[in-house]
Design a protein around this ligand. Structure first.
Ligand code: HSE
Length: 437
């Protein structure tokens, strides 16, 4: 039991989230003091530029550009790391733990790449690492996986965990707009970064999926090993056909485990219109989980932004404060079953959708069907709607029954090489997740 009346915090990073955290700790000081029976005091703030204008009033004396002012100050109990990116954040996080400080971080890059190591180190040093804000902003996910769902064997996770792409896909779906136009407007409105690569290529979602999957499946998932495919190739026609077929297009982060092997991938997918995930629109995030005891559970909310993310950070700080007061650490162990292995993407089985332009004459469909048959792919439906009478071509849309990724990729290559096929224009996986009844 610690009797010190003040818990000192070192805040690293004073950007959008850091400013929100500072403001909330100050505005709610009385409530937080009642909650923890201690004063939570931000003692030092690490910034890159002390002169920069901030979205929050801050006494100049609190600011420092020297990380040592926090990491070497033995009176600081908790470091909140909100710098973002792997370095120097990872080095600072490690130094904080080795100096005996508790760490609260919202950094998905650090936790996806070095989380298990930091948790192990924290265990050795008898300090805590909390990282609720690293995935899904204010949505309670990490705590739920670490404690509320811990009695379950989690079989499946289907998640929409990138707000930028969900905003873009929602607008393309509603307005029939082209991706480049929606992306440009999203950037103008501040919903997409100036360099949106990590979001639109599915990298941000893969990092978040690595964190969730490591916790849920109790293993160590390497984010670099997660297959990821982005949204840039999607065309308005794909959204029209998805709707005709009873689906919506979402950038899905999914993971499933079975008999010691697990799948983990991020890619755009057709999701049934009747599934709860299909109605997660705009910048909202959701994570749909299937556990052996709890059944299906969906977490929904704002996955980014100053206040939702600060909500998770401040909650973690309060939890750590409770631990400090009670003189305990690592109440929730982090266990890893290293024998579980990631299934290669080409061994994953799912349904597929593909769209192509081909000659509009007898026998064309038969040639395409023959290629599918050769690769043991069973066609579930074919649509022909659009035709170009001048070039005598038609747009054909196929869906398949379950097939191996390896077989489907090979089939699409062979189909694209047929002399009757002008262009394979769309290729998506169909994920028949959790339809509500
Ligand atoms: N760029 C992320 C998103 C938010 O669009 O969801 C930060 O993780």
């Amino acid at each position: 039991m610690s009797n010190e009346k003040t818990i000192n915090i070192g805040l690293m990073g004073l950007g959008v989230v850091g400013s929100g955290v500072l403001r909330i700790i100050r505005e709610k000081a009385r409530v937080l003091a009642m909650e923890t029976d201690r004063d939570l005091r931000v003692k030092k703030i690490l910034v890159r530029d002390r002169e920069k204008a901030r979205g929050v009033d801050v006494e100049p004396a609190l600011l420092t550009c020297d990380p040592g002012d926090i990491l070497d100050d033995s009176s600081i109990h908790i470091v909140i790391e909100l710098i973002g990116g792997v370095e120097p954040a990872y080095t600072y996080a490690k130094r904080a733990i080795l100096a005996g400080k508790h760490l609260v971080t919202g950094n998905k890059d650090v936790m996806a790449n070095h989380g298990p190591e930091l948790l192990r180190l924290a265990n050795e040093q008898n300090v805590d690492v909390y990282f609720e804000a690293s995935v899904g902003g204010g949505i309670p996910l990490i705590g739920s996986f670490r404690s509320d769902l811990v009695a379950n064997e989690i079989h499946e996770i289907y998640a929409i965990i990138n707000g930028t792409t969900n905003y873009i896909l929602t607008r393309m779906s509603r307005e029939g707009a082209a991706l480049a136009d929606v992306l440009a407007e999203a950037q103008r409105l501040g919903f997409a970064e100036a360099d949106p690569t990590k979001d639109v290529e599915g990298i941000d979602a893969a990092y978040k999926l690595a964190i969730l999957t490591s916790l849920a499946f109790r293993t160590q998932v390497d984010p670099a090993a997660i297959y990821h495919e982005g949204i840039m190739q999607l065309e308005p026609a794909d959204f029209r056909y998805a709707q005709d077929l009873g689906y919506v297009i979402k950038l899905l982060a999914l993971a499933r485990q079975d008999n010691g092997r697990y799948e983990a991938a991020v890619h755009p997918a057709l999701v049934p219109q009747s599934a709860p995930l299909a109605s997660v629109d705009g910048v909202y995030n959701a994570v749909y989980v299937v556990g052996d005891l709890v059944g299906n559970v969906m977490f929904y909310g704002r996955g980014a932004g100053s206040e939702p993310t600060a909500s998770a950070i401040v909650a973690d700080v309060i939890d750590v404060a409770h631990n400090i007061i009670c003189g305990v650490t690592n109440r929730i162990p982090y266990s890893i079953d290293a024998s579980k292995s990631l299934k290669p993407m080409d061994a994953v089985e799912t349904r597929f959708y593909f769209r192509l332009w081909a000659a509009d004459r007898p026998g064309v469909l038969a040639k395409i069907a023959t290629v599918c048959g050769t690769h043991s792919i069973s066609i579930a439906s074919v649509i022909q709607k659009e035709a170009d009478p001048v070039n005598q071509t038609a747009e054909l849309v196929f869906t398949t029954h379950d097939a191996y990724e390896r077989a489907m990729q090979a089939a699409v290559q062979d189909i694209a090489a047929l002399d009757v096929v002008t262009r394979v224009a769309g290729f998506l996986r169909i994920v028949d997740v959790g339809e509500s009844v």
